[in-house]
Write a protein that binds this ligand. Sequence first.
Ligand SMILES: [Zn+2]
Length: 214
Amino acid sequence: MKHLPFRNQEVDALENSLLLLNETEPSFQESRDELRRLVGEWDNYGRNLRKMLAKNAALAMRFQGQWKAIVEVTDDGQARLAVSPQLPSSFSRKDVAVNLFQALVVHPDCVKLGGPCKYDRCGRYYRKNTRRQTSYCSRVHSSKATAKANIMSRLADDRADKLGRARESVAQYEKLKRRRDPWKVFVQRRHPDISLCFLTIAEKRYGLQAPLSV
Ligand SMILES: [Zn+2]
């Protein structure tokens, strides 16, 4: 455990939690997954530790264990007390994660822990810079997500429009006395922007009904 990439845990449990939550090195996977699980559960309880501990006896025991108080002298010469939870004398990789979680929830800035980022497969955990920053790790991912949502809604509008026109044409086709063309060709002639491929997909996935046969 000597090789943990963290700074001294007392220094900044939030930074250290972020490092572990975003860690990709396989040897940290077990600790990382445990910390992600704990943070996820904490989120599920609305970050209410009382509720979380009420349902997790083993975790509650850890919180009742030993904590060490240390005196930190800040850069400007002020002294302050910092506390850190103590690991059991023999511990696993999961215990390391529990330890960090304990340090995290007593950190004054723990509310700033955000993540996982909702943009595509980013999934990063991050320090929230503003209260409004609730879903994305960065402005870049926030605006990319907005752009993507706009494109998706434009595509959905476009699809709805084509489906509407295709349905109208199908209704016209059903009224024909003589059907010279297959119905998809008939629709496509009327609406060149509606491809045969679109009609096939629309029939399979979007409930476009083929004309009744005569
Ligand atoms: Zn992101």
